[in-house]
Write a protein that binds this ligand. Structure first.
Ligand SMILES: Cc1ncc(COP(=O)(O)O)c(C=O)c1O
Length: 409
């Protein structure tokens, strides 16, 4: 079956709009993806028909909202092949999911215990561990990057010692697009009885993952990068780990009983969901998992891979070698997150001129300043593609870029 990108685009009303009088070419999907009609409809239907708080009301709407919220959890569990929906904790995003683990798992650590992260991490998988280091005296170790923007997994034997308690790394880099070999991470962790946390924020938008097959302990991702609303994310963890971990935040919804002396907590996942959760957002996330499971066909994946290939080869042809790709040069073991610098031109200037052509890109350090330091750049320009991008988007990027370079030199 062939892939009809124009039919897919019709599911995304925003792709029809113009910016600065030009058709929109949205290539900032790694920051936030757009939302298809089916997700917008699911959220709207929920708010119109079932808006109420969850887990506490006795009336009809409260029960309907609770059912919708818990069904959303089941859909997410199916999408990542969790063994049980109680392993899915709703958070406000990847950042809050990682902070939850750093805080709750961190409570069981002692000075000198080691956490291993990598040079390719987003700040949200660096700073929570640095905060834990300040609180608990743990040691933070870093897997270096290779010159082509991957994790240097050959260094694992030197870095992962008997003191390692957790390896926490990204599945796909939000700067270089490099796809991490998770099985090697798991193997290194298991050899010393350490846990594995994977930041899947950039991987999940490209199709379902199988957390059981990956063999990891914690997996995190954000709704707004995978065609769902803002303000919702997921922490998946194996049930026995969630049973053992202390809660992160305290408040309503996460308790069984409270007296002035003590609290007995609810079972997971509710133990980790203090306060009113993002209910309509969870309904939207569930709709997005269903949409993505249907959309992510081999033809659709091939379509995006071809666009990425054309983008990379187009960039190589522009401007007599003034463009430097920050990351893998080819399309092997990488996703369509493409960062580059233009010799002598600041990424913000590149993005501003491209914006006037209707092309939405991201310019800056991408919340990955250590990686920028490694590559000795202040920032990069990033084009991130997904299923609904088409050849016109790639053409607009390459033409706009050629014009920007001409204008700024
Ligand atoms: C790899 C990666 N991890 C974590 C995050 C943080 O996600 P959020 O801001 O949704 O919490 C991002 C966001 O860009 C990301 O790309």
């Amino acid at each position: 079956m062939s892939f009809d990108v124009e039919a897919l685009r019709r599911q995304f009303p925003i792709l029809d709009r113009t910016v600065h009088g030009k058709p929109l070419h949205y290539l900032d999907n790694s920051a936030t993806s757009q939302i298809p009609n089916t997700v917008l409809d699911a959220v709207e239907r929920h708010e119109i028909a079932h808006r109420a708080n969850v887990l506490r009301g006795i009336h009809y709407l409260a029960e309907a909202a609770t059912e919708a919220y818990e069904n959303a959890r089941k859909d997410v569990a199916l999408f990542i092949n969790a063994a049980d929906s109680s392993e899915v904790v709703f958070t406000s995003g990847t950042t809050s999911a990682i902070n939850l683990v750093a805080h709750s798992f961190g409570q069981g650590l002692k000075p000198g215990d080691e956490i291993v992260i990598s040079m390719l991490e987003h700040h949200s998988n660096i700073v929570p561990w640095q905060l834990l280091r300040q609180r608990s005296g743990i040691v933070l170790k870093v897997i270096p990057a290779t010159d082509d923007g991957r994790m240097d997994l050959d260094k694992l034997p030197d870095i992962v010692t008997e003191k390692c308690r957790m390896i926490a790394v990204t599945h796909v880099s939000n700067v270089t697009g490099a796809d991490t070999d998770i099985h090697r991470i798991v193997e290194a962790a298991r050899a010393v009885d350490a846990k594995v946390l994977i930041d899947g924020a950039q991987r999940v938008p490209h199709g379902p993952v199988d957390v059981q097959n990956l063999g990891v302990d914690f997996y995190t991702f954000s709704g707004h990068k995978m065609y769902a609303p803002n303000g919702i994310g997921v922490l998946w963890a194996r049930r026995e780990l969630l049973d053992d971990l202390p809660p992160f935040m305290g408040g309503g919804e996460m308790i069984r009983t409270v007296t002035m002396e003590d609290t007995i907590f609810a079972e997971p996942p509710h133990k980790f969901e203090a306060g009113t959760p993002p209910i309509a957002q969870a309904v939207g996330l569930a709709a997005a998992t269903r949409w993505l499971s249907e959309t992510d066909t081999p033809e659709a994946i091939l379509h995006v891979a071809k666009l990425a290939e054309r983008t990379l080869s187009g960039l190589a042809e522009i401007a007599d070698g003034r463009i430097r790709i920050i990351g893998p040069q080819g399309t092997q073991s990488r996703l369509p997150v493409i960062s580059f610098t233009v010799d002598g031109i600041h990424p913000h200037d590149v993005c501003q001129i491209l914006d006037s052509y209707g092309v939405a890109l991201r310019g800056g350090h991408h919340c990955a300043q250590p990686l920028m330091d490694f590559f000795d750049v202040t920032g990069t320009t990033r084009a991130s593609l997904t299923f609904y991008n088409n050849q016109a988007d790639v053409d607009a990027l390459l033409e706009g870029l050629a014009a920007a370079i001409k204008k700024l030199t």
